[in-house]
Write a protein that binds this ligand. Structure first.
Ligand code: IMP
Length: 462
């Protein structure tokens, strides 16, 4: 088992022929857990369930915009940045370079977990993960406000709308990462001299930019430096080169579980752009967001609710605006883990899920919250759209295209009963099995897990 965050083969170790460990076990030992909808599918539960079978858990994208709820016995944990593998003692939990880290939130999360008896010694944060600074959050807020106010004044224009972000500074931080000059990485928190010089340049620039966006927030370089140094001191023991750490684990033949945040339809390239987040949420984000080679990831588990939800702006063809939607929202506790916003609720959209499964190369489906649909007389599942060019079962990843489609539904008889006690497929009512069969057949990927309640025991594994 790995003892420290340091790579076992460092640059000062001379290599003699034949002495080096193989770089790679030559087979895919990793499994990815990704969301197939617009987030909040229950990935945290699946990761928690599987973590025992793996040697480490790693996150590769997103930031504190994500929210994973995990039920452990009577305890419910809401995690935003730390992989849910942390709940498994002694298992390295890695925040990869593709994640954007708000140190304030990370420290709060560590403190909350530790007060509840969870040991965070196995938490490793990439020195290359970018830092979400207070001015990123102010910019996120100011941009959304600016768009809302200006669009209201102009009566809306050209389909531009606010994104409805979580205001966690995610977009502005990733934008800085790509801009480079004004970006800060977790490793920078450990180099105060250099950091001080850079903040002297960054803070006035951010203050001027925020002023142009109508914000009165201003940032003083000395105060920011003090904050960063404090974060660095507190987080130093967790910050390391996680690419070397993960590479070392792979070389030892260890198995890594990759925990996707947000979800495929929110992916910056493949989601319902522009109503997406700013990172690569699909399984293809794993190599770039952790530094592991592409061929080390084998199975991809696609997590999908038995219905649809979405938070924030953007089209959702199957959205329910009626009492039934409210009933599903209440029963499924569909309120954001991060922002507390009520989630938009709708029928299951298999056009979208099939698209997401194709993109991820999903090898197994995890259907979550099936119990929430019990007691509804008639269920609808969207299997095609009527679009501008007629009926189609192909999804186009464009938020504006999605705005112009109407769902085509298949109707199924509902199922009743208390599903929470089912531990085998055969113990589910026939109607629930027919619902699952339709999903499996339409998506074309075998079922792997069916969740019938929040507790890890309330799961059917196939
Ligand atoms: P951002 O990631 O805060 O920039 O938000 C962009 C969009 O993605 C908004 O519509 C958010 O509501 C949505 N979003 C981001 N992360 C999640 C998530 O984990 N679950 C659900 N929606 C999310």
């Amino acid at each position: 088992m790995l003892q420290t965050g340091q790579p076992s083969l460092d640059a000062s170790t001379p290599l003699s022929p034949g002495s080096a460990r193989p770089l790679h076990p030559g087979r895919a030992t990793g499994t990815a857990v990704v969301g197939l909808q617009w987030g909040d599918e229950g990935k945290g539960k699946i990761v928690h369930l599987l973590a025992d079978r793996f040697d480490a858990v790693a996150r590769y994208n997103g930031g504190a915009n994500a929210g994973h709820s995990v039920q452990v016995g009577a305890d419910r944990f809401a995690l935003h940045l730390i992989p849910s593998g942390i709940l498994h003692k002694g298992k390295p939990s890695v925040i990869g370079n593709g994640v954007v880290v708000d140190p304030e939130k990370l420290l709060q999360e560590i403190a909350t977990l530790e007060t509840r008896g969870v040991d965070c010694a196995g938490l490793w944060v990439s020195d290359r993960a970018h830092v979400v600074m207070p001015y990123h959050k102010a910019e996120d807020e100011a941009r959304e406000r600016w768009l809302t106010e200006h669009l209201a004044a102009e009566g809306g224009s050209g389909g531009i709308k606010p994104i409805g972000t979580t205001k966690r500074g995610i977009g502005p931080c990733y934008a800085d990462k790509v801009q480079r000059g004004t970006a800060l990485r977790m490793g920078d928190l450990l180099r105060p001299d250099d950091l001080g010089q850079r903040l002297k340049f960054i803070c006035p620039m951010k203050t001027a930019m925020l002023k142009a966006l109508g914000s009165s927030e201003s940032y003083d370089a000395a105060a920011m430096l003090q904050l960063c140094v404090l974060w660095g001191v507190k987080l130093e023991k967790h910050i390391c080169d996680t690419t070397a750490l993960l590479g070392g684990l792979l070389a030892d033949g260890k198995r890594i579980l990759y925990e996707g945040a947000n979800a495929t339809l929110l992916d910056v390239d493949h989601g319902t752009y522009p109503f997406v987040t700013s990172s690569s949420c699909t399984a293809s984000g794993i190599p770039s967001g952790t530094g592991v080679p592409l061929n080390s990831v084998g199975d991809v588990l696609g997590v999908c609710k038995a219905y649809s939800t979405r938070v924030g702006g953007g089209a959702m063809p199957t959205e329910l605006h009626d009492e039934l939607g409210e009933r599903i929202r209440k029963r499924g506790r569909e309120y954001g883990t991060t922002t507390g916003r009520p989630r938009r609720v709708g029928w299951l959209d298999l056009v979208a899920v099939r698209y997401s499964s194709r993109l991820n190369g999903t090898t197994g489906l995890c259907i979550m919250l099936l119990d929430v649909l019990a007691g509804i007389d008639e269920l609808r599942v969207c299997t095609a759209y009527n679009g501008p060019k007629g009926k189609t079962s192909e999804f186009t990843p464009d938020g504006r295209w999605l705005d112009g489609v109407q769902p085509v539904y298949q109707t199924l008889k509902g199922f009743g009963g208390d599903l929470a006690g089912a531990r085998k497929l055969g113990e589910l009512p026939a109607g629930a099995r027919a619902y699952l069969d339709l999903i499996e057949e339409t998506v074309g990927v075998p079922l792997k897990f069916v969740s019938v309640g929040p507790d890890r025991a309330q799961t059917i594994e196939l």
